[in-house]
Design a protein around this ligand. Structure first.
Ligand SMILES: Cc1ncc(COP(=O)(O)O)c(C=O)c1O
Length: 507
Protein backbone atom coordinates (compact mmCIF):
# COMPACT_ATOMS: atom_id res chain seq x y z
CA UNK A 1 0.00 0.00 0.00
CA UNK A 2 1.41 3.47 -0.81
CA UNK A 3 2.68 5.40 2.23
CA UNK A 4 -0.01 8.07 1.93
CA UNK A 5 -2.79 5.47 1.92
CA UNK A 6 -1.27 3.77 4.93
CA UNK A 7 -1.27 7.10 6.75
CA UNK A 8 -4.87 7.75 5.83
CA UNK A 9 -5.84 4.24 6.84
CA UNK A 10 -4.00 4.59 10.13
CA UNK A 11 -5.90 7.77 10.76
CA UNK A 12 -9.15 5.97 10.05
CA UNK A 13 -8.46 3.22 12.56
CA UNK A 14 -7.16 5.71 15.08
CA UNK A 15 -10.32 7.75 14.57
CA UNK A 16 -12.43 4.70 15.26
CA UNK A 17 -10.31 3.89 18.24
CA UNK A 18 -10.62 7.45 19.59
CA UNK A 19 -14.41 7.37 19.26
CA UNK A 20 -14.55 4.13 21.19
CA UNK A 21 -12.17 5.41 23.82
CA UNK A 22 -14.31 8.50 24.30
CA UNK A 23 -17.57 6.63 24.34
CA UNK A 24 -17.55 2.83 24.55
CA UNK A 25 -21.34 2.95 24.22
CA UNK A 26 -20.67 3.65 20.53
CA UNK A 27 -20.37 -0.12 20.31
CA UNK A 28 -23.35 -1.75 18.62
CA UNK A 29 -25.90 -3.44 20.81
CA UNK A 30 -25.33 -7.07 19.85
CA UNK A 31 -24.54 -9.69 22.52
CA UNK A 32 -22.23 -11.10 23.71
CA UNK A 33 -19.88 -8.16 24.07
CA UNK A 34 -17.18 -9.49 21.75
CA UNK A 35 -19.77 -9.74 18.94
CA UNK A 36 -20.50 -6.03 19.35
CA UNK A 37 -16.86 -5.31 18.71
CA UNK A 38 -16.87 -7.71 15.74
CA UNK A 39 -19.88 -5.92 14.24
CA UNK A 40 -18.32 -2.52 14.72
CA UNK A 41 -15.04 -3.47 13.07
CA UNK A 42 -16.75 -5.45 10.33
CA UNK A 43 -18.92 -2.41 9.53
CA UNK A 44 -15.85 -0.18 9.46
CA UNK A 45 -13.99 -2.56 7.14
CA UNK A 46 -17.03 -2.99 4.84
CA UNK A 47 -17.48 0.78 4.58
CA UNK A 48 -13.79 1.25 3.85
CA UNK A 49 -13.34 3.38 6.98
CA UNK A 50 -10.77 0.83 8.13
CA UNK A 51 -8.78 -0.01 5.04
CA UNK A 52 -7.01 -3.17 3.99
CA UNK A 53 -3.47 -3.38 5.34
CA UNK A 54 -4.24 -1.33 8.45
CA UNK A 55 -2.97 -2.60 11.80
CA UNK A 56 -5.67 -2.85 14.46
CA UNK A 57 -4.83 -1.48 17.91
CA UNK A 58 -3.05 -4.05 20.10
CA UNK A 59 -5.50 -6.20 22.10
CA UNK A 60 -4.38 -4.77 25.41
CA UNK A 61 -4.81 -1.14 24.26
CA UNK A 62 -8.17 -1.87 22.70
CA UNK A 63 -9.36 -3.58 25.89
CA UNK A 64 -8.20 -0.68 28.07
CA UNK A 65 -9.81 1.89 25.80
CA UNK A 66 -13.13 0.08 25.73
CA UNK A 67 -13.01 -0.90 29.35
CA UNK A 68 -13.62 -4.52 28.45
CA UNK A 69 -11.54 -7.57 29.24
CA UNK A 70 -8.62 -8.49 27.00
CA UNK A 71 -10.33 -11.86 26.43
CA UNK A 72 -13.25 -10.02 24.80
CA UNK A 73 -10.92 -8.30 22.32
CA UNK A 74 -9.02 -11.56 21.70
CA UNK A 75 -12.33 -13.32 20.92
CA UNK A 76 -13.38 -10.50 18.59
CA UNK A 77 -10.06 -10.54 16.71
CA UNK A 78 -10.22 -14.36 16.44
CA UNK A 79 -13.74 -14.19 15.06
CA UNK A 80 -12.68 -11.57 12.50
CA UNK A 81 -9.69 -13.72 11.59
CA UNK A 82 -11.82 -16.83 11.08
CA UNK A 83 -13.99 -14.75 8.77
CA UNK A 84 -10.93 -13.80 6.74
CA UNK A 85 -11.23 -10.09 7.53
CA UNK A 86 -8.06 -9.72 9.57
CA UNK A 87 -4.90 -11.69 9.99
CA UNK A 88 -2.71 -11.89 13.10
CA UNK A 89 1.08 -12.13 12.81
CA UNK A 90 3.06 -13.22 15.85
CA UNK A 91 4.99 -10.26 17.21
CA UNK A 92 3.67 -7.89 14.52
CA UNK A 93 0.01 -7.43 15.35
CA UNK A 94 -3.33 -7.88 13.65
CA UNK A 95 -3.92 -6.46 10.18
CA UNK A 96 -7.04 -5.94 8.10
CA UNK A 97 -6.75 -8.39 5.21
CA UNK A 98 -10.02 -8.17 3.26
CA UNK A 99 -13.49 -6.70 3.08
CA UNK A 100 -16.46 -8.87 4.04
CA UNK A 101 -17.52 -11.11 1.15
CA UNK A 102 -20.60 -9.88 -0.66
CA UNK A 103 -21.32 -13.49 -1.73
CA UNK A 104 -22.84 -16.16 0.40
CA UNK A 105 -19.61 -17.58 1.87
CA UNK A 106 -19.47 -17.40 5.66
CA UNK A 107 -16.06 -15.76 5.39
CA UNK A 108 -14.07 -13.50 3.05
CA UNK A 109 -12.14 -15.82 0.72
CA UNK A 110 -9.51 -13.21 -0.07
CA UNK A 111 -8.66 -12.95 3.59
CA UNK A 112 -7.94 -16.69 3.66
CA UNK A 113 -5.36 -16.51 0.89
CA UNK A 114 -1.65 -16.96 1.54
CA UNK A 115 0.32 -13.71 1.43
CA UNK A 116 2.41 -15.19 -1.36
CA UNK A 117 -0.67 -15.86 -3.47
CA UNK A 118 -1.71 -12.25 -3.07
CA UNK A 119 1.57 -11.19 -4.71
CA UNK A 120 0.09 -12.43 -8.01
CA UNK A 121 -2.05 -9.50 -9.09
CA UNK A 122 -1.13 -8.96 -12.74
CA UNK A 123 -3.83 -10.44 -14.99
CA UNK A 124 -2.19 -9.59 -18.34
CA UNK A 125 -1.54 -13.17 -19.46
CA UNK A 126 -5.04 -14.29 -18.52
CA UNK A 127 -6.49 -11.31 -20.40
CA UNK A 128 -4.42 -12.20 -23.47
CA UNK A 129 -5.61 -15.82 -23.35
CA UNK A 130 -9.21 -14.68 -23.00
CA UNK A 131 -9.01 -12.28 -25.95
CA UNK A 132 -7.26 -14.91 -28.10
CA UNK A 133 -10.11 -17.35 -27.42
CA UNK A 134 -12.87 -14.82 -28.16
CA UNK A 135 -14.16 -15.21 -31.74
CA UNK A 136 -15.71 -11.72 -31.64
CA UNK A 137 -12.40 -9.93 -31.44
CA UNK A 138 -9.31 -9.77 -33.59
CA UNK A 139 -6.51 -10.49 -31.19
CA UNK A 140 -3.12 -9.10 -32.15
CA UNK A 141 -2.16 -9.51 -28.52
CA UNK A 142 -1.35 -13.13 -27.58
CA UNK A 143 1.55 -14.82 -29.39
CA UNK A 144 -0.22 -17.32 -31.64
CA UNK A 145 1.30 -18.91 -34.76
CA UNK A 146 -0.64 -19.37 -38.00
CA UNK A 147 -2.92 -22.10 -36.71
CA UNK A 148 -4.46 -22.69 -40.16
CA UNK A 149 -1.13 -24.36 -41.00
CA UNK A 150 -1.46 -26.90 -38.20
CA UNK A 151 -0.98 -30.41 -39.69
CA UNK A 152 -4.38 -31.64 -38.52
CA UNK A 153 -4.67 -34.71 -40.77
CA UNK A 154 -1.14 -35.90 -39.91
CA UNK A 155 -1.88 -35.26 -36.24
CA UNK A 156 -5.03 -37.39 -36.44
CA UNK A 157 -3.13 -40.21 -38.12
CA UNK A 158 -0.42 -39.99 -35.46
CA UNK A 159 -3.07 -40.19 -32.70
CA UNK A 160 -4.46 -43.35 -34.36
CA UNK A 161 -1.02 -44.89 -34.68
CA UNK A 162 -0.11 -44.15 -31.07
CA UNK A 163 -3.39 -45.49 -29.72
CA UNK A 164 -3.17 -48.64 -31.83
CA UNK A 165 0.46 -49.30 -31.06
CA UNK A 166 0.75 -48.30 -27.41
CA UNK A 167 -2.56 -47.43 -25.77
CA UNK A 168 -1.21 -48.45 -22.37
CA UNK A 169 1.63 -45.92 -22.57
CA UNK A 170 -0.83 -43.21 -23.49
CA UNK A 171 -3.28 -43.87 -20.67
CA UNK A 172 -1.22 -44.97 -17.70
CA UNK A 173 0.98 -42.70 -15.62
CA UNK A 174 4.33 -41.77 -17.10
CA UNK A 175 7.66 -40.65 -15.64
CA UNK A 176 7.70 -37.07 -14.32
CA UNK A 177 10.71 -36.29 -16.53
CA UNK A 178 8.83 -37.36 -19.65
CA UNK A 179 8.56 -40.54 -21.72
CA UNK A 180 12.01 -41.96 -22.59
CA UNK A 181 11.23 -42.19 -26.31
CA UNK A 182 10.05 -38.59 -26.37
CA UNK A 183 13.12 -37.32 -24.55
CA UNK A 184 15.32 -39.19 -27.03
CA UNK A 185 13.42 -37.71 -29.99
CA UNK A 186 13.69 -34.18 -28.63
CA UNK A 187 17.40 -34.58 -27.95
CA UNK A 188 18.01 -35.90 -31.47
CA UNK A 189 16.10 -33.04 -33.13
CA UNK A 190 16.86 -30.10 -30.85
CA UNK A 191 20.08 -31.05 -29.04
CA UNK A 192 20.82 -31.83 -25.41
CA UNK A 193 21.01 -35.20 -23.74
CA UNK A 194 17.88 -37.35 -23.43
CA UNK A 195 18.52 -37.93 -19.72
CA UNK A 196 18.83 -34.18 -19.13
CA UNK A 197 15.47 -33.21 -20.59
CA UNK A 198 12.33 -32.52 -18.58
CA UNK A 199 8.99 -32.44 -20.39
CA UNK A 200 6.69 -29.57 -19.43
CA UNK A 201 3.12 -28.42 -19.82
CA UNK A 202 4.45 -25.47 -21.85
CA UNK A 203 7.45 -23.20 -21.39
CA UNK A 204 5.58 -21.15 -18.81
CA UNK A 205 5.57 -24.15 -16.49
CA UNK A 206 9.34 -24.31 -16.94
CA UNK A 207 9.69 -20.70 -15.83
CA UNK A 208 7.54 -21.38 -12.79
CA UNK A 209 9.56 -24.49 -11.85
CA UNK A 210 12.82 -22.60 -12.30
CA UNK A 211 11.59 -19.76 -10.13
CA UNK A 212 10.66 -22.23 -7.41
CA UNK A 213 13.96 -24.05 -7.81
CA UNK A 214 16.35 -21.12 -7.96
CA UNK A 215 14.79 -18.01 -6.46
CA UNK A 216 14.60 -17.05 -2.80
CA UNK A 217 12.63 -13.90 -1.99
CA UNK A 218 14.90 -10.90 -2.46
CA UNK A 219 17.22 -12.60 -4.97
CA UNK A 220 18.07 -10.44 -7.97
CA UNK A 221 17.32 -11.66 -11.49
CA UNK A 222 18.81 -9.82 -14.46
CA UNK A 223 16.60 -10.05 -17.51
CA UNK A 224 15.98 -8.55 -20.94
CA UNK A 225 14.54 -5.04 -20.94
CA UNK A 226 11.99 -5.14 -22.44
CA UNK A 227 11.45 -8.84 -21.87
CA UNK A 228 8.88 -11.60 -21.86
CA UNK A 229 6.00 -10.59 -19.60
CA UNK A 230 5.28 -14.14 -18.41
CA UNK A 231 8.83 -14.43 -17.08
CA UNK A 232 8.53 -11.05 -15.36
CA UNK A 233 5.32 -12.14 -13.62
CA UNK A 234 6.69 -15.51 -12.56
CA UNK A 235 9.97 -14.25 -11.18
CA UNK A 236 8.22 -11.37 -9.48
CA UNK A 237 5.73 -13.70 -7.80
CA UNK A 238 8.66 -15.71 -6.49
CA UNK A 239 9.82 -12.53 -4.73
CA UNK A 240 12.72 -11.79 -7.10
CA UNK A 241 14.15 -8.32 -7.46
CA UNK A 242 14.10 -7.78 -11.22
CA UNK A 243 16.85 -5.84 -12.92
CA UNK A 244 16.58 -4.96 -16.62
CA UNK A 245 19.41 -5.33 -19.15
CA UNK A 246 18.69 -3.26 -22.25
CA UNK A 247 18.32 -5.90 -24.95
CA UNK A 248 18.47 -3.40 -27.83
CA UNK A 249 21.80 -1.98 -26.70
CA UNK A 250 22.96 -5.43 -25.54
CA UNK A 251 26.06 -3.87 -24.00
CA UNK A 252 28.17 -6.53 -22.30
CA UNK A 253 29.98 -3.98 -20.10
CA UNK A 254 26.64 -2.80 -18.86
CA UNK A 255 25.69 -6.40 -18.07
CA UNK A 256 28.94 -6.87 -16.18
CA UNK A 257 28.16 -3.80 -14.11
CA UNK A 258 24.75 -5.23 -13.29
CA UNK A 259 26.32 -8.53 -12.25
CA UNK A 260 28.78 -6.73 -10.01
CA UNK A 261 26.20 -4.44 -8.53
CA UNK A 262 23.27 -6.80 -7.97
CA UNK A 263 24.99 -10.21 -7.73
CA UNK A 264 21.98 -11.85 -9.38
CA UNK A 265 20.87 -15.43 -8.88
CA UNK A 266 20.34 -15.86 -12.59
CA UNK A 267 20.18 -14.14 -15.95
CA UNK A 268 17.03 -14.71 -18.00
CA UNK A 269 17.25 -13.98 -21.70
CA UNK A 270 15.37 -14.75 -24.90
CA UNK A 271 18.21 -14.03 -27.34
CA UNK A 272 16.70 -15.36 -30.59
CA UNK A 273 13.80 -13.43 -32.19
CA UNK A 274 13.22 -11.97 -28.79
CA UNK A 275 9.76 -11.33 -27.40
CA UNK A 276 8.80 -8.52 -27.77
CA UNK A 277 11.55 -6.79 -29.82
CA UNK A 278 12.49 -9.50 -32.36
CA UNK A 279 16.19 -8.86 -31.55
CA UNK A 280 18.70 -11.63 -32.29
CA UNK A 281 21.87 -11.53 -30.22
CA UNK A 282 24.87 -11.96 -32.55
CA UNK A 283 27.27 -14.81 -31.93
CA UNK A 284 30.06 -12.59 -30.60
CA UNK A 285 27.77 -11.27 -27.88
CA UNK A 286 26.55 -14.76 -27.13
CA UNK A 287 30.11 -15.87 -26.47
CA UNK A 288 30.83 -12.82 -24.33
CA UNK A 289 27.64 -13.38 -22.38
CA UNK A 290 28.63 -16.99 -21.71
CA UNK A 291 32.12 -15.98 -20.60
CA UNK A 292 30.68 -13.42 -18.26
CA UNK A 293 28.19 -15.87 -16.77
CA UNK A 294 30.95 -18.42 -16.26
CA UNK A 295 33.29 -15.84 -14.74
CA UNK A 296 30.68 -14.57 -12.29
CA UNK A 297 29.19 -18.04 -11.81
CA UNK A 298 25.68 -16.93 -12.70
CA UNK A 299 23.35 -19.44 -14.41
CA UNK A 300 21.66 -18.32 -17.61
CA UNK A 301 18.08 -19.30 -18.38
CA UNK A 302 17.85 -19.19 -22.16
CA UNK A 303 14.30 -19.01 -23.47
CA UNK A 304 14.62 -20.48 -26.95
CA UNK A 305 10.93 -20.68 -27.85
CA UNK A 306 11.20 -18.69 -31.13
CA UNK A 307 14.42 -20.20 -32.55
CA UNK A 308 12.72 -22.19 -35.30
CA UNK A 309 10.66 -19.22 -36.47
CA UNK A 310 13.35 -17.38 -38.41
CA UNK A 311 12.22 -15.71 -41.63
CA UNK A 312 15.60 -14.70 -43.04
CA UNK A 313 18.96 -16.44 -42.78
CA UNK A 314 19.99 -18.74 -39.98
CA UNK A 315 20.02 -17.67 -36.35
CA UNK A 316 23.26 -18.08 -34.40
CA UNK A 317 23.49 -21.23 -32.27
CA UNK A 318 21.74 -21.20 -28.93
CA UNK A 319 23.65 -20.23 -25.81
CA UNK A 320 22.93 -23.77 -24.63
CA UNK A 321 24.69 -25.23 -27.65
CA UNK A 322 27.63 -22.82 -27.45
CA UNK A 323 28.08 -23.55 -23.77
CA UNK A 324 30.05 -26.77 -24.07
CA UNK A 325 32.72 -25.81 -21.56
CA UNK A 326 30.90 -24.28 -18.63
CA UNK A 327 27.42 -25.80 -18.47
CA UNK A 328 25.87 -22.65 -17.08
CA UNK A 329 22.85 -22.57 -19.41
CA UNK A 330 19.37 -23.91 -18.77
CA UNK A 331 17.34 -23.88 -21.98
CA UNK A 332 13.57 -23.69 -22.27
CA UNK A 333 11.72 -24.77 -25.43
CA UNK A 334 8.10 -25.11 -26.41
CA UNK A 335 5.88 -26.40 -29.18
CA UNK A 336 3.45 -23.52 -28.53
CA UNK A 337 4.92 -21.30 -31.24
CA UNK A 338 6.08 -24.09 -33.57
CA UNK A 339 2.82 -26.07 -33.57
CA UNK A 340 0.04 -24.76 -31.33
CA UNK A 341 -0.17 -23.18 -27.89
CA UNK A 342 -3.23 -25.29 -27.05
CA UNK A 343 -1.02 -28.40 -26.98
CA UNK A 344 0.68 -27.16 -23.81
CA UNK A 345 3.91 -28.99 -24.52
CA UNK A 346 7.41 -27.78 -23.82
CA UNK A 347 10.68 -28.94 -22.29
CA UNK A 348 13.76 -27.87 -20.38
CA UNK A 349 17.32 -29.00 -21.08
CA UNK A 350 19.84 -28.53 -18.29
CA UNK A 351 22.49 -30.30 -16.26
CA UNK A 352 21.49 -33.40 -14.27
CA UNK A 353 21.18 -31.88 -10.77
CA UNK A 354 18.87 -29.12 -12.03
CA UNK A 355 16.68 -31.49 -14.05
CA UNK A 356 16.41 -33.78 -11.01
CA UNK A 357 15.37 -31.01 -8.68
CA UNK A 358 12.96 -29.52 -11.23
CA UNK A 359 11.34 -32.96 -11.62
CA UNK A 360 10.89 -33.23 -7.85
CA UNK A 361 9.20 -29.83 -7.81
CA UNK A 362 7.14 -30.62 -10.90
CA UNK A 363 5.70 -33.84 -9.44
CA UNK A 364 4.11 -31.74 -6.70
CA UNK A 365 2.06 -29.67 -9.12
CA UNK A 366 1.88 -31.86 -12.22
CA UNK A 367 2.97 -35.50 -11.76
CA UNK A 368 3.86 -35.72 -15.45
CA UNK A 369 3.11 -34.04 -18.76
CA UNK A 370 0.23 -35.59 -20.69
CA UNK A 371 1.44 -38.78 -22.39
CA UNK A 372 -0.77 -38.62 -25.46
CA UNK A 373 0.43 -35.19 -26.58
CA UNK A 374 4.05 -36.20 -25.86
CA UNK A 375 3.72 -39.34 -27.98
CA UNK A 376 1.83 -37.75 -30.85
CA UNK A 377 4.14 -34.75 -31.19
CA UNK A 378 7.15 -37.03 -30.91
CA UNK A 379 5.70 -39.15 -33.71
CA UNK A 380 5.30 -36.02 -35.87
CA UNK A 381 8.95 -35.12 -35.25
CA UNK A 382 10.17 -38.67 -35.97
CA UNK A 383 8.13 -38.94 -39.18
CA UNK A 384 9.44 -35.64 -40.55
CA UNK A 385 5.95 -34.10 -40.44
CA UNK A 386 7.10 -31.49 -37.97
CA UNK A 387 9.96 -30.22 -40.13
CA UNK A 388 7.76 -30.12 -43.22
CA UNK A 389 5.20 -28.17 -41.18
CA UNK A 390 7.86 -25.66 -40.11
CA UNK A 391 8.61 -24.90 -43.75
CA UNK A 392 4.92 -24.23 -44.43
CA UNK A 393 4.51 -22.27 -41.22
CA UNK A 394 7.46 -19.99 -41.87
CA UNK A 395 6.31 -19.27 -45.41
CA UNK A 396 2.90 -18.30 -44.04
CA UNK A 397 4.46 -16.21 -41.25
CA UNK A 398 6.52 -14.38 -43.85
CA UNK A 399 3.35 -13.62 -45.81
CA UNK A 400 1.61 -12.41 -42.66
CA UNK A 401 4.53 -10.27 -41.57
CA UNK A 402 4.83 -8.67 -44.98
CA UNK A 403 1.07 -8.10 -45.21
CA UNK A 404 0.97 -6.45 -41.79
CA UNK A 405 4.03 -4.29 -42.47
CA UNK A 406 2.60 -3.24 -45.83
CA UNK A 407 -0.84 -2.49 -44.35
CA UNK A 408 0.61 -0.43 -41.51
CA UNK A 409 2.76 1.56 -43.94
CA UNK A 410 -0.28 2.12 -46.11
CA UNK A 411 -2.79 3.13 -43.43
CA UNK A 412 -0.79 4.55 -40.53
CA UNK A 413 0.83 7.97 -41.07
CA UNK A 414 4.63 7.82 -41.24
CA UNK A 415 6.20 8.19 -37.81
CA UNK A 416 3.07 7.36 -35.84
CA UNK A 417 4.16 3.74 -35.41
CA UNK A 418 7.87 3.02 -35.65
CA UNK A 419 9.25 -0.51 -35.70
CA UNK A 420 12.08 -2.59 -37.08
CA UNK A 421 10.86 -5.30 -39.42
CA UNK A 422 11.79 -8.49 -37.53
CA UNK A 423 13.67 -11.39 -39.13
CA UNK A 424 11.66 -13.89 -37.16
CA UNK A 425 9.40 -14.47 -34.20
CA UNK A 426 5.86 -13.17 -34.19
CA UNK A 427 5.74 -9.52 -33.29
CA UNK A 428 6.05 -5.94 -34.41
CA UNK A 429 7.34 -3.99 -31.43
CA UNK A 430 5.96 -0.56 -32.15
CA UNK A 431 7.12 2.75 -30.75
CA UNK A 432 4.39 5.40 -30.60
CA UNK A 433 4.82 9.16 -30.64
CA UNK A 434 6.17 10.59 -27.41
CA UNK A 435 2.78 12.01 -26.43
CA UNK A 436 0.68 9.02 -27.40
CA UNK A 437 -0.22 6.71 -24.57
CA UNK A 438 -0.24 3.00 -25.42
CA UNK A 439 -3.11 2.45 -23.01
CA UNK A 440 -5.27 4.93 -24.89
CA UNK A 441 -4.44 3.21 -28.19
CA UNK A 442 -5.33 -0.13 -26.61
CA UNK A 443 -8.66 1.15 -25.35
CA UNK A 444 -9.62 2.80 -28.64
CA UNK A 445 -8.70 -0.35 -30.60
CA UNK A 446 -10.81 -2.39 -28.20
CA UNK A 447 -13.83 -0.33 -29.19
CA UNK A 448 -13.28 -1.67 -32.70
CA UNK A 449 -12.84 -5.16 -31.25
CA UNK A 450 -9.13 -5.33 -31.98
CA UNK A 451 -6.75 -6.18 -29.14
CA UNK A 452 -3.12 -5.14 -28.91
CA UNK A 453 -0.93 -5.42 -25.87
CA UNK A 454 0.63 -2.33 -24.33
CA UNK A 455 4.32 -2.08 -23.55
CA UNK A 456 4.28 -1.76 -19.75
CA UNK A 457 4.06 -5.45 -18.80
CA UNK A 458 7.28 -6.08 -20.75
CA UNK A 459 9.30 -3.82 -18.47
CA UNK A 460 10.66 -4.74 -15.06
CA UNK A 461 10.63 -1.03 -14.22
CA UNK A 462 9.11 2.09 -15.69
CA UNK A 463 8.81 1.86 -19.43
CA UNK A 464 6.56 0.75 -22.25
CA UNK A 465 3.97 3.52 -21.91
CA UNK A 466 4.58 4.45 -25.54
CA UNK A 467 4.92 0.98 -27.04
CA UNK A 468 2.46 -1.57 -28.28
CA UNK A 469 3.19 -5.13 -29.39
CA UNK A 470 1.36 -6.42 -32.43
CA UNK A 471 1.34 -10.16 -33.14
CA UNK A 472 1.38 -10.43 -36.94
CA UNK A 473 1.29 -14.23 -37.16
CA UNK A 474 -2.16 -14.84 -35.72
CA UNK A 475 -4.18 -13.18 -38.52
CA UNK A 476 -4.58 -14.18 -42.16
CA UNK A 477 -2.95 -11.67 -44.56
CA UNK A 478 -6.39 -10.54 -45.80
CA UNK A 479 -7.16 -9.21 -42.33
CA UNK A 480 -4.02 -7.08 -42.05
CA UNK A 481 -5.64 -4.04 -43.70
CA UNK A 482 -8.49 -4.01 -41.18
CA UNK A 483 -6.03 -4.34 -38.30
CA UNK A 484 -3.93 -1.46 -39.66
CA UNK A 485 -6.99 0.76 -40.22
CA UNK A 486 -8.13 0.21 -36.64
CA UNK A 487 -4.61 0.92 -35.41
CA UNK A 488 -4.48 4.12 -37.46
CA UNK A 489 -7.83 5.31 -36.04
CA UNK A 490 -6.85 4.37 -32.49
CA UNK A 491 -3.51 6.15 -32.80
CA UNK A 492 -5.19 9.27 -34.14
CA UNK A 493 -7.79 9.27 -31.35
CA UNK A 494 -5.16 8.65 -28.69
CA UNK A 495 -2.96 11.41 -30.15
CA UNK A 496 -5.85 13.87 -30.12
CA UNK A 497 -6.35 12.93 -26.51
CA UNK A 498 -9.97 12.24 -27.29
CA UNK A 499 -9.83 9.24 -25.02
CA UNK A 500 -13.40 9.75 -23.81
CA UNK A 501 -12.16 7.05 -21.43
CA UNK A 502 -13.85 4.25 -23.37
CA UNK A 503 -12.97 1.66 -20.71
CA UNK A 504 -14.11 -1.25 -22.80
CA UNK A 505 -13.64 -4.67 -21.29
CA UNK A 506 -14.01 -7.87 -23.21
CA UNK A 507 -15.00 -10.85 -21.17
C1 LIG B 1 9.54 -15.96 -24.65
C2 LIG B 1 8.41 -16.84 -24.25
N1 LIG B 1 8.63 -17.81 -23.36
C3 LIG B 1 7.65 -18.62 -22.95
C4 LIG B 1 6.37 -18.49 -23.44
C5 LIG B 1 5.29 -19.41 -22.93
O1 LIG B 1 5.08 -20.43 -23.83
P1 LIG B 1 4.16 -21.69 -23.53
O2 LIG B 1 2.91 -21.49 -24.29
O3 LIG B 1 4.94 -22.86 -24.02
O4 LIG B 1 3.93 -21.77 -22.06
C6 LIG B 1 6.09 -17.49 -24.37
C7 LIG B 1 4.73 -17.31 -24.86
O5 LIG B 1 4.36 -16.28 -25.40
C8 LIG B 1 7.14 -16.65 -24.77
O6 LIG B 1 6.93 -15.65 -25.65
Amino acid sequence: MPKKTIRQADQSVNGLFRTLRADPRALPRARPLYRRLVELLEGGIAAGAVAQGVRLPPERDMAAALRVSRATVVSAYRELESRGLVRGYVGRGTYVSAKPDAGSAPFAWRGKMASNALLATDTTVRDLMRAAANPDVMSLAAGVPALDCFPTAAFQRAVDRVLTREPQTAWRHGPTEGLPRVRATLAARFGGEPGHILLLAGAQQGLDLLARCLIDPGDAVVMDRPGYLGAIQTFRSAGARLVGWDINRADIDELEELLLRYRPKLIYTNPTYQNPTGVVLPIRLRRELLDLAARYRVPIVEDDTYRELGLAGVAPPSLFKLDEAHKVVIRINSFSKMLAPGLRLGWISAVGPIVDQLAIIKQQVDPHTQNLSQLVVSELVEQGVFDAHLVTLKAEHRRRRDAMVHAVRQHVPAGALRFTVPDGGMYLWCQLGAHVQARAVHEHALRDRVVVVTGEPFYVDQGGAHHVRVCYTSQAPERAAHAAQVLARSLASAARGTAESPRVRLV
